[in-house]
Ligand binder design. Structure first.
Ligand code: SAM
Length: 218
């Protein structure tokens, strides 16, 4: 990555007061789950990364379904982190680690080929042309995702904004490191069998039905 800090890709860091129980988890549980500074260790274990996990429903559900996998989640929105901690606590999950900040800072600390799967689900669409530079999917992020994913690893991107779907397809298919796995329209029009519906997805705020793009790291 360049030495410049990346352009901010997220909106507010906190929207409303965090409920007392979640605030207590921010104090008691987050320090135990927060990734330490410095290189992120994934050796010897399958590791999946979710970028921008929002309220953490997908992160927690995947962690519960795959107890042997290490789930790394990054999210700068404090209310989202607090909500994810509630899910982790309620489900007694021990295989989740959290970066309560920009995923790109965490990506930079991951080893080459250290991750098996990456999920980017309904990222902020930044639909205005002058805000496109804020989108998470940029050439630099694609290069970082290629670096951290092991060959054969998979990346899933989902969005309900048609222009962002096209934007991502354009950038990922232009990359020599990724191959789009879809063979028929239903492969991207229907949620994949292992998908867990997210809170943002349910809101249907975009301008098209949700599209699911699965890529394999060549
Ligand atoms: C539209 S929400 C979707 C949340 C969730 N994936 C879902 O589908 O419900 C996009 C999320 O991405 C987060 N986000 C934006 N930029 C990010 C970044 N650089 N690193 C990590 N998360 C980011 C935002 O804070 C926000 O919670």
């Amino acid at each position: 990555m360049s030495d410049q800090p990346p352009i901010r890709s997220y909106g507010r860091l906190k929207a409303r007061p965090i409920k007392p129980r979640q605030a207590a988890l921010m104090d008691a549980l987050l320090p135990a789950l927060r990734l330490p500074e410095g290189p992120v260790e994934t050796a010897g274990r399958e590791a999946w990364l979710e970028v921008g996990f929002g309220g953490g429903e997908h992160l927690a559900a995947q962690a519960a379904k795959h107890p042997d996998v290490l789930l790394l989640g990054a999210e700068p929105f404090q209310n989202g982190v607090a909500s994810a901690l509630r899910h982790i606590d309620e489900q007694g999950l021990s295989n989740v680690r959290i970066e309560d900040g920009d995923a790109r800072a965490m990506l930079a600390r991951l080893p080459d080929a250290g991750v098996d799967r990456v999920f980017i689900l309904f990222p902020d669409p930044w639909p205005k042309l002058r805000h496109h530079k804020r989108r998470l999917i940029q050439a630099e992020t694609v290069a970082e995702l290629a670096r951290v994913l092991r060959p054969g690893g998979r990346l899933r991107f989902a969005s309900d904004w048609a222009d962002y779907v096209d934007w991502t397809l354009e950038r990922l298919t232009a990359s020599p490191d990724f191959r789009w796995t879809a063979e028929r329209a239903d492969d991207w029009r229907r949620p994949p069998s292992d998908h867990v519906t997210t809170r943002y997805e349910e809101k249907r705020l975009g301008d098209c039905p949700p599209a699911f793009l699965d890529f394999v790291r060549i």
